[in-house]
Design a protein around this ligand. Structure first.
Ligand code: 5AD
Ligand code: SF4
Length: 485
C-alpha cells in the first residue's frame, strides 16, 4: 500500500491534453455498454469511508458529478458534506471563465490543510480545468500532494485510477486529448428525486472564438435515442416529475448518429414517455427550425421556456466571435418563437467587453435587449481563455469600461425581469415545488412552467408536487404566491 511520504511524490503522467489538436479530432464516436468496471482489489475499498465532492460550473458538470458519486458509492463510499470528515476529497472543476478557476484554486488551498493533517486522505481533481495543459502544469508545480487527476473523457476509469493511486506513491494523472466514447454503463447517484438531468449529447463542434469548451469537452457525440428514452421511462417510474435534456448544443442532437433522428424527433419521443415536465439546455440561434418551435408549442409537457444564448446584439462582434448567426437572424428566431410558442419565456447569455468591442457595438446589445425584453439573462465580462483564438486578439477596452458596460446591461436585465414578472400578478400558475426556500426556511420554493422561481407558504407534503398557486407579488428575479383554493 501507499506510504505516507506523499510530499515527495514523483508524477506519473499517462497522457496530457493538447489544446491545438482539438480542431483535428474527428473519429467516429462509439457507444460502449461495458467499459465501466470495478477492479477486484477495490470492490469494497470505500466501505466505512466517506467522500466529499464539490462541483463547479454548468449542468454538464453537475451530471458528471452524479456519475462520479455513483462510482464512489459503487466502491462502498458514502457521501459527507463536511470536507474534514472525508477520506476522499474531489473537486469537479470548471474552466469557462477565469473566475471559476480562481474559485477552484481557492478551495484547493483550503482542502490542502486537510491533506497536510491527514495524508491518507485521497485528494482528486476532475472536470474541464484538468483538460487545460496550463492548469495541469500549475497543479504539478503548486500541488504536489494531489493523488488523482482525471479529465472529462475518462470518468469511467476512476476505479482503475483509484486502484493505481492506492498502490503507488506517485500522483496518478490521466487526462485525454481525444474525446471519449459514449459510455452507457456508468452508475449514477442523482442529487434530486424530483428533477433529473439527462445527457443527450456531449461536446461541441462550433469553436466560438472565446470559448474553451470545445477544447475541454471534445467534439459532439450523441447518445442513442433508445437509451435516452429508456432512461427517462425509468425516471418516470421512479417518480421523477421533471427532466432537463442536456447538451452544449441540443439542436445538433443526432447529427453523428446512424439513425435518422434530430432534436425535434427526440423531443417528441421524450414527450410521449409521459414525464410531467421537459426542459432542455442549451440551444443555439442556428439550426433552430420552425418544426422545433411547433413541437414545443404542441406538447403540454414541454415547458415554454427557451434559453437561447445571444452573446452580443452586434453582428460585427458576433462575426469576431465566430457565431453562426447575425443580429437580424437572432431577431427573426426570437420573433418566430414568440409567435409560435404561447406564454414563452426567453432567457439568454451575454458577454460584454469582447476584444475591441466599440461603444456602438455595445449599444447594439442594449438596443436588442430593449426589443426582445428577455425574462432573464446571465451576463459576463469577457474572460481570456488561453489557447482560444480570441486570446490572441488585440483589445483596446479597459477593464473599467467593461465593468461599466456590465452594470448598464445588468440594469436592463433587472428592469425587464421585474416588468415581465409583474404581468403575472393575480394569475394562476403551476409550480413544481423543489423544497424549502434557501433564503427563508418558512417559505417553500419551486419553479413555474416559465422557469420563474416562485416562493409561497405551504406544507412539507407539497414538496415534489406540481400545485396551483396565485401570484401575489413580483420581485426583481422571483415571484411570491399563495395557494389557490
Ligand atoms: N468569457 C466570458 N463568458 C464566456 N462564456 C463562455 N466563454 C466565455 C468567456 N471566455 C459564457 C457564454 C456562454 C456561457 C455558458 O458562458 O455566454 O453562453
Ligand atoms: Fe462554446 Fe460556442 Fe460551443 Fe457554446 S456553441 S459551447 S459558446 S463554442
Amino acid at each position: 500500500m501507499k506510504n505516507n511520504n506523499w510530499l515527495y511524490k514523483a508524477y506519473k503522467t499517462n497522457e496530457l491534453p493538447v489544446l491545438k489538436s482539438a480542431h483535428k479530432r474527428f473519429k467516429k464516436p462509439e457507444v460502449y455498454y461495458d467499459l465501466y468496471s470495478l477492479p477486484a482489489n477495490i470492490v469494497d475499498y470505500g466501505k466505512n469511508k466517506k467522500y466529499y465532492i464539490r462541483t463547479y460550473g454548468c449542468q454538464a458538470n453537475e451530471r458528471d458529478s452524479e456519475h462520479i458519486m455513483g462510482i464512489l458509492e459503487d466502491i462502498g463510499y458514502t457521501r459527507t458534506m463536511q470536507a474534514e470528515s472525508a477520506d476522499f476529497l474531489l473537486l469537479n472543476t470548471c474552466a469557462v471563465r477565469e473566475n471559476a478557476e480562481k474559485k477552484v484554486f481557492g478551495e484547493i488551498g483550503l482542502l490542502k490543510k486537510i491533506k497536510y493533517k491527514t495524508p491518507d486522505v485521497l485528494f482528486a481533481l476532475s472536470g474541464c480545468m484538468t483538460q487545460e495543459p496550463a492548469v495541469i502544469n500549475k497543479i504539478l508545480k503548486k500541488i504536489p500532494y494531489i493523488d488523482i487527476v482525471f479529465g472529462t473523457h475518462n470518468i469511467y476509469r476512476l476505479p482503475q485510477l483509484l486502484e493505481e493511486a492506492l498502490f503507488t506513491t506517485k500522483s496518478v494523472i490521466e487526462v485525454w486529448s481525444k474525446e471519449g466514447h459514449v459510455i452507457e454503463n456508468l452508475p449514477s447517484s442523482r442529487e434530486s428525486h424530483i428533477k433529473a438531468w439527462v445527457d443527450i449529447m456531449y461536446g461541441c463542434n462550433y469553436f466560438c472564438t472565446y470559448c474553451i469548451i470545445p477544447y475541454t469537452r471534445g467534439k459532439e457525440r450523441s447518445r442513442p435515442v433508445k437509451v435516452i428514452v429508456e432512461e427517462i421511462k425509468g425516471l418516470v417510474e421512479s417518480g421523477y416529475k421533471e427532466i432537463c435534456l442536456l447538451g452544449q448544443n441540443v439542436n445538433s442532437y443526432g447529427k453523428d448518429l446512424k439513425e435518422d433522428v434530430d432534436f425535434t424527433e427526440l423531443l417528441k419521443l421524450v414527450a410521449d414517455t409521459g414525464i410531467k415536465r421537459i426542459r432542455f439546455t442549451t440551444s443555439n440561434p442556428w439550426n433552430f427550425p420552425i418544426k422545433l418551435m411547433e413541437t414545443i408549442a404542441q406538447y403540454s409537457n414541454i415547458m415554454p421556456h427557451v434559453h437561447l444564448p445571444m452573446q452580443s446584439g452586434s453582428s460585427s462582434v458576433l462575426k469576431r466571435m465566430s457565431r453562426r448567426n447575425t443580429r437580424e437572424t437572432y431577431l427573426e428566431i426570437t420573433e418566430n418563437l414568440k409567435k409560435i410558442v404561447p406564454n414563452l419565456s426567453l432567457t439568454t447569455d451575454i458577454i460584454v467587453g469582447f476584444p475591441n468591442e466599440t461603444k456602438e457595438e455595445f449599444e447594439d446589445t442594449l438596443d436588442i435587449y430593449d426589443i426582445i425584453q428577455f425574462d432573464n439573462a446571465y451576463t459576463f465580462i469577457y474572460s481570456q481563455r488561453e489557447g482560444t483564438p480570441a486570446a490572441s486578439m488585440s483589445d483596446n477596452v479597459t477593464m473599467d469600461e467593461k465593468y461599466k458596460r456590465l452594470y448598464a446591461l445588468n440594469d436592463k436585465v433587472t428592469t425587464y425581469s421585474k416588468k415581465n414578472k409583474e404581468k403575472l400578478i393575480g394569475k394562476e400558475v403551476e409550480v413544481l415545488v423543489d423544497g424549502h426556500s434557501k433564503n427563508d426556511h418558512n417559505f417553500l420554493s419551486g419553479h413555474d412552467a416559465n422557469n420563474n422561481v416562485v416562493n409561497f407558504i405551504g406544507d412539507k407534503s407539497d414538496i415534489g408536487e406540481i400545485i396551483k398557486l396565485r401570484i401575489t407579488k413580483a420581485l426583481n428575479f422571483s415571484l411570491m404566491a399563495e395557494k389557490c383554493n
